[in-house]
Design a protein around this ligand. Structure first.
Ligand code: BGC
Length: 241
């Protein structure tokens, strides 16, 4: 089973790992505000209890996670920082938990079932939403917690220049936003020279609106798993612990 903890919603469902799809319709509950660890863990427990599921659970969080300990909190309450989130969730869900970064989970799902499947070399998945999440794979091995959304770029952080949130907040046209995303991709190209970019997040469904503005020499493809990549990747990560 996978649970995707985000800044606005917490979503979860059991996953059929043989095909990488949800085994039952997912449940979504608004993220409690403030999104303190105990409030979020309570919602996660409620979601697990809604299914007759008994087994390990994978949870994503929009944070750097090192061995279960949460190190950053970009879109959730600061109370998570420094906390052993895995231990908290295991107590709350009463089952073994794997806790990992949300973009890393989406990347794990794309690697197993989607756009990164059987792709050799260096693959970089970027998710465009409130922030920019990143997942990096070298010949199929995840390099966790890359955080390319926080690269310093144009005098600030990249996700404050080119995330999907900025497109809306600044009312940018697809062209203006696409040009920004292209600049950002070229910056990442200079740093890591990837073989493939996979673009995820809601905007990946609208790639035809802005792909013509993405001037960059690395091939670019949309993510294939769409909304449920986090849930599927988290479940897969939990099953392989
Ligand atoms: C966070 C990342 C996260 C990304 C997408 C960023 O602000 O720092 O950990 O993967 O947002 O949610």
């Amino acid at each position: 089973m996978g649970i995707d903890i985000g800044g606005s919603g917490i979503k979860g469902a059991p996953v059929d790992l043989s095909i990488g799809e949800l085994a039952e319709e997912r449940i979504r509950i608004d993220t409690p505000q403030p999104s303190t660890p105990s409030a979020v863990a309570g919602v996660a427990a409620e979601i697990v209890a809604s299914f007759s599921y008994d087994g390990p659970v994978g949870c994503t969080i929009p944070s750097v996670v090192k061995h279960g300990v949460v190190a950053t909190a970009a879109n959730i309450d600061d109370g998570w920082i420094g906390l052993d989130g895995r231990e908290l969730l295991e107590r709350s869900l009463r089952t073994p938990v794997t806790l990992l970064n949300d973009a890393d989970a989406a990347g794990i799902a794309e690697l197993a079932y989607g756009a990164a499947r059987d792709v050799p070399g260096l693959v970089c998945l970027l998710t465009f939403g409130t922030g920019i999440g990143s997942a990096l794979f070298a010949d199929g091995t995840l390099v966790p917690n890359t955080e390319f959304g926080h690269l310093e770029f144009r005098g600030g952080e990249a996700e404050d220049y080119a995330s999907a949130r900025i497109r809306k907040d600044e009312n940018l046209s697809w062209e203006d936003w696409g040009v920004r995303v292209g600049e950002y991709l070229r910056h990442i190209e200079r740093v890591i020279s990837p073989d493939l970019f996979i673009l995820g997040g809601g905007v990946s469904r609208r790639l035809e609106k802005f792909e013509q503005y993405l001037e960059c020499s690395t091939p670019i493809v949309p993510a294939q798993l769409r909304n449920n990549a986090g849930i599927v990747g988290a479940a897969l990560a939990a099953s392989s612990q």
